[in-house]
Design a protein around this ligand. Sequence first.
Ligand SMILES: Nc1ncnc2c1ncn2[C@@H]1O[C@H](COP(=O)(O)OP(=O)(O)OP(=O)(O)O)[C@@H](O)[C@H]1O
Length: 622
Amino acid sequence: MSLVNEKLALLNIDAVEPADKLELKAERLPYGFNRLFLWRLLRLVSVLFSPRTPGQVLYYYILFILVSGANEAAVYYAMKVPSEFYTLLLGKDPSQLGPVIGRAIGILLGAIVGKTLVTFVGGLFEFHLRDALTRYLHSLFLRRHVFYSVLSDNDMDNVDQRITQDADKFANITRLVFQAIIISPALIIYYIVETWKIVGYIGPVLSLAYFILFAVLSRLVMSPAVKAIFLRERHEGIFRFLHVRLRTFGESVAMLHGESIERRSADRALDALIHRQKMTVYWQIPVTFVNQISSYFGSIVTYLFIAIPIFNHRYDNLTPIELTALISQYSAMAMYLIFQFTSIVEQSTNFVQLAGFANRIGQLVEKAEREAHAHQSEHGDDDDNDDDNIKDVLIPGGKRSTEEHGSGGIQFSDVDVISPAGKTLISKLNLSVSLGENLLVTGPNGTGKTSFVRVLCGLWPAATGERTYTGTLRNSDVYLMPQVPYLTSGSLRAQIAYPQPSSSVDDARLATVLEWVGLFYLLGSVDSADTDYGTEWPRMLSPGEAQKLVFARLLHACPRLAVLDEATSAVDASTEAQLYANCRALGITLISVGHRDSLRSNHQVELRLHGDGHYTISALTQ
Ligand SMILES: Nc1ncnc2c1ncn2[C@@H]1O[C@H](COP(=O)(O)OP(=O)(O)OP(=O)(O)O)[C@@H](O)[C@H]1O
């Protein structure tokens, strides 16, 4: 079972909760255009725009405002150019042609440069925003005690998509919104003052009321659209994963002739995605409708606003010519004011998208922070310093004598191992693993061997009881080798050095550990030990070779205690014997999970799991 689960976890496909149940849960999530969204947006903005955030988003934002302001001024003068030609032609004075053309060229060039700069600085702003946001998410997510818990959370779909695609779209839409309304607040204040001067408070107050009315209407119609976007992105992630899985398991699917059934499930996932996409299109209808009412009616309501004081005889003392001038002056100003307001309302389509992405990213941020706090309040900071821990594990070239095992080990006292689905796998486990004494964990499939390893290394909490390190052994002395060999992206040297940088393994060390596991020939098959093969490694090696390569990594790390979860299941018997002999020679104490009889001679104690919580512990005769 554990292999399946590892793979499911890898693919982010839930092993326990049925998909329909998850879908229902997602439907009920409160992800609309609401306080939660505003809170999440505010948090993201306060982190990203902080002057302490690397990437200096704030400075690019300020530059963006300045360039947009200058561009707005250039546009203002560019709009006046036609009227200058109009005056020139009416004046019939050819001597003015040259100066007018010269001025026009200067102004228009200014406007062109302004617009180009706005686009350029906007691009820089977007790029820095994405950079800062993604790094922030990396710093929250790729942490010990957070990473695995977040990935294992059933409510947290497609974490990878949130960090890659959603963060990118968030940055892009923020830029679009800013570009459209970045200096609107300043212009709004300016035109409020101007209209106030002409018709008193009534003009700006009514314009403001008009804006508020449409802002409220927009908010009402936006909420369902935000949720639709949230759900669409979720299905987008599921659909993409399905294709990633096909790529990963392409060979297995082809060998099993699974193309048609895969096509059916891919089509089903596409159906669900298209349905969600359709819903987002439908929900855009009221949003766009409200937008359009706001823009079209905006142009005529200005006349209605000025009608109020006129009909109330406030301007009865003005001559018709003065009144015409006042109406034309006011309507130009008021129209521009309403235009500024409506351009904010018009951004509602973008706001909808922004809210969808902010909710998805915010949910991830909250989950990661919750996990970090939960761990910290439970354990303090004791074993959190990852780098220190890793350094402790690595003793390159080290060979430990029996005395150097030191005293200590791992003690399980009344530990219950219970699966997330609530199944008791091991009940009241009392076991002491001492350094220098190898333990073999056996039992039929699904009885909880890998689950025992998870509790041992702290990925799962012990439901009851306590797992403690005794003597001089510490958490950082324990090295885990999972059932599925993890081949990192990069060079051959990077494979051995992982999770340390490649530079920590010199050529001699690399050759030695490869020799130990019988993979010396790999040095001849790669261009060089430092050639970056990206993520091609699983394709370049057979499963047995992959297991040997990660074993070489273990031998290089040379920990005091290693836990091997069926780590030699794909290698032949004589290689397995050689790998265990290497561990013995280096003084590495082993806890192995395995089914093969040949393993017994390498261990002194056996923990046998029988299922339903039962177990036996016995000494192994050599
Ligand atoms: N994430 C999980 N959520 C729910 N149940 C789980 C989870 N992981 C494991 N289980 C259940 O716990 C039980 C034990 O799984 P585990 O992987 O520990 O078995 P195992 O003994 O290692 O099996 P195998 O010999 O096949 O590797 C299985 O019934 C499995 O369904």
